[in-house]
Design a protein around this ligand. Structure first.
Ligand SMILES: [Zn+2]
Length: 156
């Protein structure tokens, strides 16, 4: 006799808790991290979240969330403009506008970083410590930089 539709033991338990998986994902955890907590594969978690109508952020948000720290091309131009403005004294770093932190890392760098809601406004800066800065990017999405078009002088 062939047995069909055998559910994996624990499926029901997991199914009950998927609502909390949705909450974790919507709260900013990656699919991989939520999946790890539920001890299922990332692919299985993706399907479970999709069944529940979760709107996926895509990788871009995480890329942006991390881009500032990794210095990727996404924000390198804006970062350079901001750094130059700080050196000139046009921008003056302030304590973290969320938690008031004004400390330094062991290597001497300030914990406060320049944050951009909108990468098209390089000098519109909010001062956030690294922790609050990362938190902002997990919860929010900055306006991405509009591609800078190369203008070739003399061409028609
Ligand atoms: Zn802070």
């Amino acid at each position: 006799m062939e047995i069909t539709n055998v559910e994996h033991p624990g499926d029901n338990v997991l199914r009950k808790n998927y609502q909390s998986a949705v909450k974790l994902y919507n709260g900013g955890l990656s699919i991989a991290k939520v999946a790890k907590r539920f001890r299922i594969t990332r692919q299985a978690m993706f399907r479970a979240l999709r069944r529940r109508g979760v709107k996926f952020r895509g990788k871009s948000l995480y890329g942006k969330a991390n881009s500032f720290y990794r210095g990727t091309l996404a924000s390198a131009r804006v970062h350079n403009i901001t750094e130059a403005a700080i050196k000139r004294g046009d921008l003056i770093p302030e304590p973290c506008q969320v938690c008031g932190n004004d400390g330094k890392f062991q290597d001497g760098r300030r914990e406060v970083q320049s944050h951009h809601d909108n990468y098209n406004e390089p000098l519109e800066v909010t001062w956030l410590c690294q922790k609050c800065h990362f938190g902002w990017h997990v919860e929010n999405k900055a306006i991405p930089e509009i591609e800078q078009k190369t203008i070739k002088i003399g061409e028609k």
